[in-house]
Design a protein around this ligand. Structure first.
Ligand code: ATP
Length: 308
């Protein structure tokens, strides 16, 4: 979606203090439409922000709005047009996914027939088929996450908040969940705010990423700005990494070694010089070159600041 469209949410000096901890501290940020990642370690304040945006928790100070609606006064209206997948397991074990999702659709105001139809469509969309008639108590973690996602989508929201949707999933389950989330954004045109404490996990599905730490904003940027090419080139050789590093250092290049991979700082004045030096050194030492590529930034780099 175009960046000029109104933000999906905005906060201004948002602070939430609990008796023993400040969960959010003067957070001022705005999120464009599309798939937006909210990234931060456990306890960074992600769930608190989502609950404030839904009008479920009152901030200590500051303000927030969702789709132009003030969270302090328009919570019920916000919850009508926003779907919410909570972090923790909150599903009744004794009913089937179909019964539960139909119930949630009815709660949001759909008549019975429409609720059944929407529930069937949504459960199919999240990949629950025959299993949808079994009791939720018999489901795997991945299936339970899908039910939580389905109930967030069933009332055809304009925006969904997904709090740690990959929690508890194995790598394959994570991959499938991330693909589903990307489809919600691209095929259905629903904006998504999705959180994760795994800093790199959302890189492949987000348009925009907000990073928070200790309740404070670290960075809010389009994903492409996080993953721009850096001034470091990675050189991987089959053997002889140390010898290559020594040769490049002699030639005046700044280089570090990590196993078989060298990170070489590209000369700002004369980038060609660095690439020529790598080529010549690999040739002179008669090494087998596996990979030569310009490093791209990653979301984690905000925390480690390793890459220039
Ligand atoms: N109701 C509450 N009462 C007291 N402290 C709370 C409450 N809710 C959250 N906190 C504290 O506020 C801080 C931020 O919590 P929050 O759940 O927003 O973090 P998070 O980034 O979502 O992390 P996680 O993924 O681990 O939930 C934590 O230190 C947490 O213990």
């Amino acid at each position: 979606m175009a960046r000029s469209e109104p933000p999906i949410f905005e906060t201004d000096g948002l602070t939430k203090r609990y008796p023993k901890v400040t969960a959010l501290s003067g957070l001022t940020v705005s999120a464009p439409p599309g798939v937006v990642g909210l990234v931060g370690a456990n306890g960074a304040g992600k769930s608190t922000l989502i609950k404030i945006l839904l009008g479920l928790v009152r901030p200590t100070s500051g303000r927030a709005s969702v789709l132009g609606m003030d969270t302090a006064t328009q919570g019920p209206r916000i919850r009508q047009v926003v779907g919410y997948m909570p972090e923790h397991d909150c599903l009744p074990p004794d009913v089937s996914a179909t019964e539960f999702v139909v119930h949630m659709a009815r709660m949001s105001g759909l008549p019975y027939a429409a609720a059944r139809e929407r529930a069937a469509d949504t459960l199919r969309h999240v990949g629950l088929h025959e299993e949808r008639y079994r009791a939720i108590g018999e489901y795997s973690t991945g299936m339970r996450q899908r039910v939580k996602l389905a109930q967030a989508l069933v009332h055809d929201p304009r925006l969904v908040f997904l709090d740690e949707p990959t929690n508890g999933l194995d790598p394959r389950g994570r991959d499938e969940m991330l693909t589903l989330i990307r489809r919600i954004g691209s095929e259905f045109g629903i904006s998504v705010l999705v959180t994760s404490h795994l800093l790199g996990e959302l890189e492949r599905i987000c348009d925009h990423v907000i990073v928070i730490d200790g309740g404070r904003l670290l960075r809010s940027s389009a994903l492409r700005d996080f993953t721009q090419a850096t001034s470091v080139v990675a050189v991987e050789v089959e053997e002889g990494a140390q010898a290559l590093a020594a040769r490049l250092a002699e030639a005046g290049e700044a280089v570090t070694v990590d196993g078989r991979v060298l990170a070489v700082q590209v000369s700002a004045d004369d980038p060609g010089r660095t690439f020529d030096a790598v080529r010549d050194a690999v040739c002179d030492l008669d090494l087998r070159l596996i990979r030569l590529e310009q490093r791209r930034g990653r979301i984690e780099d905000i925390f480690t600041k390793e890459v220039a």
